[in-house]
Design a protein around this ligand. Structure first.
Ligand code: SF4
Length: 487
């Protein structure tokens, strides 16, 4: 920016202003490289634009503003305008440019770089000294409402048909017509499922070289037709957000959306993230979160987490890497999970989910108390649901009075860890784990991660990465402040 006469006004911004500190400490120039591939070399935007737009996205998350509000506020707020590199009298880009930059520029880039770049800047400044990682997950509600299976099927068929006809009006007569359903028709969902499958097949035959919006809608239709849990209202639950999933926060509280799995150092810098549908298992994310953190050059000697991470594979992996597991055992999780395919234990809700998405309604401990080797945890399912379940073959015997799922509790191989769990050092280190819950609260309460702003896993991931970038920068400034000698 060439400073204009009016730039004198920027002297009014106090030296201690957060944005001045961020501007001084954080190098935002990486953005040009990050989005280079999405700009045309000869006819692209001015070179300063990517950083300006990224700084606007940054401010937007930092202060929790919508696209329109961000532009309106930046027009009149001296500190914002100085931070994005404009003179006071210069105009801001249109609000639509923000979403275009987010979706088409950042969206086409290696978006994971956002996290790597900021963690590397923290490492270079000597801000990360701890050799411990703390793991946890936090959920974000989907941007769409969950729907009944019949509504999902209807909507997806309607959208596919509309997209095809809009581009190829002549095909309208060749495509199967949506069936007329009676009110309360018992097999309405099956009829619609059959119609959607038929419609998808016809589109593929008539348009073998389909692309763009048609391919996208066709892909969703296929996913839905193949989703065995759909008719039980447990799989895909939104025609416009098919990657969002139903998950559990506790035994009684559920949510529809996504999960953000994070790893954080004791300095409260987030070093790794994975975003999944709401139904995913936290424990399975440990290897990936560890790998991401190690690839950044961090030394990891301890991992702190709740019982969800106490799976046998996780504990063995940590042992092989000589990493101490500060993770309390859960007999169900650490025995390697469930053996029958499709059954999943949910640690937050403490129940088992079956392949049809039904959860166990109670559990009981069976076997001799004196012999740990022969004890089992038995989970009971609602047989009324099993009787009409589309997946009952091989799972539930007709006329059976109960449907159970048992897990043997084998304590032997975890003796060492069980003894360690009782030690004072374990208990002391475990007290550090809750700091990640404060970080989750910060992400959600102050920076909008409680709810997805956009639909789809990819956009959720982008929102999460941008939000983490912002909270890491905030933390970086705090740590730098602490390093300053007090006068
Ligand atoms: S039969 Fe019962 S336990 Fe088996 S998948 Fe169906 S609802 Fe679940």
């Amino acid at each position: 920016m060439t400073a204009s006469f009016h730039a004198e006004l920027y002297k009014l911004i106090p030296e201690s202003h957060l944005l001045r500190k961020i501007h001084e400490v954080v190098d935002f120039s990486f953005v040009h490289e990050l989005v280079r591939c999405s700009y045309c070399e000869y006819y692209g935007r001015p070179a300063n634009e990517p950083e300006l737009l990224f700084r606007l996205l940054f401010l937007q998350i930092l202060y929790g503003l919508s696209d329109e509000r961000m532009i309106q506020d930046a027009q009149v707020n001296l500190a914002y305008k100085w931070f994005i590199g404009l003179n006071p009298e210069e105009a801001l880009p249109d609000a639509s440019q923000l979403s275009r930059f987010r979706n088409h520029r950042l969206g086409a880039s290696q978006i994971d770089e956002l996290l790597k770049v900021i963690v590397k800047q923290c490492i270079e400044k000597g801000l990360i000294k701890s050799k411990a990682l703390i793991l946890d997950s936090t959920h974000s509600l989907a941007a769409s409402q969950k729907q009944r299976a019949l509504d999902v099927l209807r909507d997806v068929a309607k959208r596919l048909l509309r997209t095809v006809v809009k581009k190829h009006p002549k095909l309208e007569k060749k495509l199967p017509r949506q069936p007329e359903l009676k009110k309360d028709q018992a097999d309405a969902e099956k009829v619609m499922l059959h119609y959607l499958a038929q419609l998808g097949e016809s589109v593929e035959i008539l348009l073998p070289d389909h692309e763009g919006a048609i391919s996208e809608k066709l892909q969703i239709a296929k996913q839905i037709v193949e989703d065995e849990r759909l008719l039980a209202n447990k799989g895909i639950m939104s025609a416009i957000d098919p990657e969002a999933r139903f998950g559990w926060k506790s035994n009684t509280k559920s949510f529809f959306g996504y999960k953000n799995h994070i790893a954080m150092t004791e300095e409260e810098i987030i070093t790794a993230v994975e975003v999944t549908g709401g139904s995913s298992d936290d424990g399975k994310q440990l290897p990936n979160l560890l790998k991401q953190s190690l690839e950044l050059g961090l030394e990891v000697k301890e991992i702190l987490g709740d019982t969800a991470y106490s799976g046998k594979d996780n504990l063995s992996k940590l042992k092989a890497h000589e990493i101490q597991a500060i993770i309390p055992l859960n007999p169900i999780v650490h025995n390697g999970g469930l053996k029958q395919e499709g059954f999943e234990y949910n640690k937050d809700a403490d129940f088992v989910l079956c392949p049809a998405g039904e959860h166990s309604i109670r559990k009981a401990l069976q076997g001799s108390k004196t012999s740990g080797n022969s004890r089992s945890l038995v989970f009971y399912f609602n047989v009324e649901k099993c009787k009409t379940c589309p997946l009952r073959e091989g799972c539930y015997k007709p006329e059976s009075k109960s449907k159970t799922y048992s897990i043997r509790i084998i304590a032997e191989q975890f003796k060492d860890h069980m003894a360690f769990e009782k030690s004072e050092s374990f208990k002391k280190r475990m007290k550090r784990r809750p700091i990640i819950e404060h970080k989750n609260a910060e992400l959600k309460r102050h920076h909008g991660l409680a709810k997805a702003k956009y639909r789809g896993l990819f956009r959720m991931r982008m929102q999460t990465l941008l939000t983490i970038f912002v909270v890491n920068v905030k933390r970086m400034i705090k740590l730098m402040d602490k390093m300053q000698p007090t006068s």
